[in-house]
Write a protein that binds this ligand. Structure first.
Ligand SMILES: [Cu+2]
Length: 466
């Protein structure tokens, strides 16, 4: 089994980058030089094939864009070329690059104007499952995203094959009546007028006609191949703009090994909940004798369904579950932050944090302020900083901090190290700590992109050392 895995790694290393694996082969393969030698990403209008219906969108050649894969300690070098009719940038979600490489227009770099380019180049010392996406307006809501995997120098996990699954809510090219991202922010448009039931978990309120897994609708799902006895690693990523997901594999349990790319003590669950921007790595033991099994993706709090298939080698596609067949595991034991224990906790000093911010999340405000009419959250290099967020609104908010990894405060004292954390609605509270070791001006924002566009964003600014 390790040999198989090494073969797999050898193949991807030789290719330098690999397209999201596990599709049935109709996707074009990624071409071009290895990421270490310099990868080119061209942001341009493209068409995406939604079960036979080609719809226009914007992307990096394919949707998702090519999987960028490199090893910890290597240098990411990506030349972005902009063939869109408007400005763009690329943000490396979950990585902690130097400030100037973070891809936030007007804050960390000048926007990349149409017809021009920009080269992103920085070392990637930390392994994990990350994402890249455009960070201008609502561009992320189109197809301008892709997976980014940094492999450790030495893999501690043992598994036979791996797949990356990017979960997305989709309406681009399907909207007949409205411009992109402009609709219905006050809840006037389709399907957004009803308030959520009090007990519903909801991360957003807009209407999305489709959920896609690796750019594919449920009628044309990606297929993950496995042999009986295989141990399969899944890197599950929520790249949606407005949708939290529940994720499960029928007939199989999930061993969570990483949260937002950072290792945790393994925990066995039935289902994952992923806010926008969150990722989990799980191991799935292919312990069934065969068959085709539903990999189910359900919107939290509203209708919406996506899927992939786990197919054992030699099993007939005719035995595949119906499109809407719902794994019972979706209602099983859910992963929670409280039970996750970091394998590599932050090196926080003894004592108390140097600086604290208590931030109420209300509506789409953070601490009573909406960007750009908002004060920076000032930190000093070297400080231990604590953010406590209390969410008084009816939506869950997945809060994302650029440029740093933070540690979620849990009863164990060794909560998971993450970069995005979902704060439950109606009084939910989450506290995290981080070390201010990456000077610059960094975004702290809700990863519901509609909320962010409405101002749910604050800047974390390093002040000069006294
Ligand atoms: Cu939000």
């Amino acid at each position: 089994m390790p040999a198989t895995r090494r073969q797999f790694l050898g193949l991807t290393a030789a290719a330098g980058l690999s397209l999201v694996t596990g599709c049935s082969g109709r996707r074009p393969s990624a071409t071009g030089p290895s990421s270490a030698g310099g990868l080119r990403l061209t942001a341009a209008p493209v068409r995406v094939d939604l079960a036979g219906r080609a719809v226009p969108t914007w992307g990096y050649g394919t949707v998702p864009g090519p999987e960028i894969r490199l090893r910890a300690g290597e240098t990411l070098r990506v030349r972005l070329h902009n063939e869109l009719p408007e400005d763009t940038t690329v943000h490396w979600h979950g990585l902690a690059p130097p400030n100037g490489m973070d891809g936030v227009p007007g804050i960390t770099q000048d926007p990349v104007t149409p017809g021009t380019g920009f080269t992103y180049e920085f070392r990637t010392p930390i392994a994990g499952s990350f994402m890249y996406h455009a960070h201008v307006g609502m561009q992320l809501d189109r197809g301008l995203y892709g997976p980014l995997v940094v492999e450790p120098r030495r893999e501690e996990l043992s598994y036979d094959r791996e797949y990356t699954l990017m979960l997305d809510d989709w309406r681009d090219g399907l909207d007949d009546h409205a411009g992109h991202g402009a609709r219905d922010d006050a809840g006037h448009g389709t399907a957004a007028a009803d308030p959520d039931p009090v007990d519903a978990v909801s991360f957003g309120g807009r209407s999305y006609p489709l959920l896609l897994v690796n750019g594919r609708p449920p009628e044309d799902p990606p297929v993950l191949e496995a042999r009986p006895g295989d141990r399969v690693r899944l890197r599950v990523m929520n790249i949606a703009a407005d949708t939290g997901f529940r994720f499960a594999v029928a007939g199989h349990r999930l061993t969570v090994t990483h949260a937002d790319g950072m290792p945790v003590e393994p925990v066995v669950v039935d289902a994952l909940r992923l806010g926008m921007g969150e990722r989990y790595d799980v191991l799935v033991d292919a312990g069934q004798p065969g068959g085709v099994w539903q990999v189910g993706v359900q919107s939290e709090g509203r209708g919406g369904w996506g899927r992939a298939l786990l197919r054992y080698a030699g099993s007939q596609a005719s035995g595949a579950p119906a499109v809407a067949e719902r794994p019972a595991e979706l209602d099983g034991r859910l992963v929670s932050y409280e039970e996750l224990v970091a394998q590599e906790p932050l090196s926080l000093p003894a004592g108390e944090p140097d600086r604290r911010y208590d931030l109420t999340l209300s509506g789409t405000q953070i601490g009573g302020q909406s960007y750009p009419d908002a004060d920076p959250l000032v930190v000093t290099e070297g400080q231990w900083v604590r953010f406590t967020m209390r969410n008084t609104s009816a939506k869950w908010h997945p809060m994302h901090l650029h440029g740093h990894h933070f540690q979620v405060l849990t009863a164990s004292g060794r909560g998971p190290v993450k970069d995005t954390v979902a704060v439950p609605a109606r009084g939910g509270e989450v506290t995290f700590d981080f070390l201010a070791t990456n000077p610059g001006r960094w975004l702290f924002h809700c990863h519901n992109h509609h909320h962010m566009e409405d101002g749910m964003l604050r800047l974390v600014e390093y002040e000069p050392r006294p």
